[in-house]
Design a protein around this ligand. Structure first.
Ligand SMILES: Cc1cc2nc3c(=O)[nH]c(=O)nc-3n(C[C@H](O)[C@H](O)[C@H](O)COP(=O)(O)OP(=O)(O)OC[C@H]3O[C@@H](n4cnc5c(N)ncnc54)[C@H](O)[C@@H]3O)c2cc1C
Length: 236
């Protein structure tokens, strides 16, 4: 029986990027007689602000970012709801799933407080004792589930069926590709910032991934990112 590996790490790594702030504005200007004008930073920023304010989102669809995400399956269950992205995920039918499972970090808020409202979910940080119990229960169920998985594989059962015993805490890897407009829409919904004009309450774990995605996005499209933040983090 293999040992299981427990981790809190959720990673988003850049694979490939195409495009720039200037490219977005060049696409916007294509429909005008200014397509070939010189663009300086204030000229780009002003036009980016206009695109966001007027919800003129088309020019932001030029460009692309591919990231490789390593996360528990529950993160992908939510990420895959973003239908305008493209995905390639490692298979649970063609190879054995590795025994890597998610354990929450100590400071992850997780205990429902008195007066909890599921429409605006906010959790308290666990006490030391509560945290230990949570981790023990998670670990025990991961060990049992993975032992059943291996037992089924040992009996020659189809991997696509054997995996049914595993929960959404097991890790997977997925490459995800989107354009700047898709990404800003994703970040609006899957990050949590006080300055957001349309606040969302994303799951802690997808937020951890979204924060890393935002940092990659801001490196490649710094002016677009800044204009979006100034616009209250609302995507067009
Ligand atoms: C905090 C939070 C809680 C959530 N809770 C739940 C839940 O309890 N249950 C649940 O099922 N889902 C839930 N979701 C998922 C949510 O309903 C969306 O499916 C998900 O956020 C993807 O958003 P999207 O459809 O805008 O993105 P995308 O699929 O990337 O679409 C982007 C945009 O394209 C347009 N579009 C795409 N497809 C269509 C279509 N078929 N018809 C019309 N327009 C389309 C829309 O304008 C859409 O905003 C939750 C999401 C969040 C952020």
């Amino acid at each position: 029986m293999s040992d299981i590996q427990l981790t809190s790490a959720i990673t988003v790594e850049e694979v490939q990027q195409v495009g720039s702030d200037e490219m977005i504005i060049r696409m916007m200007l294509q429909s005008t007689d200014k397509a070939a004008i010189e663009l300086d930073e204030p000229g780009i920023v002003g036009r980016l602000r206009y695109l966001l304010k007027s919800q003129h989102g088309g020019p932001l669809e030029h460009g692309s970012l591919t990231v490789r995400v390593h996360a528990p399956i529950k993160v992908f269950r939510e990420w895959h709801r973003h239908r305008t992205w493209s995905y390639s995920e490692s298979s649970g039918r063609y190879k054995d799933l590795e025994p890597i499972f998610y354990i929450p970090p100590r400071d992850r808020p997780m205990i429902r407080p008195d007066g909890f409202k599921s429409a605006r979910p906010a959790f308290d940080v666990a006490t030391e004792e509560e945290y230990k119990e949570v981790c023990t229960l998670l670990r025990l169920s991961y060990i049992t589930a993975y032992a059943s998985y291996q037992g089924l594989l040992d009996r020659g059962v189809d991997r696509g069926l054997a995996r049914d015993v595993l929960g959404v805490g097991i890790y997977s890897t997925c490459s995800c590709t989107a354009n700047p407009r898709n990404i800003l829409h994703f970040l609006e919904l899957r990050t949590d910032h006080p300055e957001a004009k349309r606040p969302s309450q994303p799951l802690y774990e997808i937020r951890v991934a979204a924060d890393q995605l935002e940092a990659i996005f801001a490196r490649h499209w710094p002016l677009t990112h800044r204009a979006w933040v100034e616009h209250g983090r609302m995507a067009p």
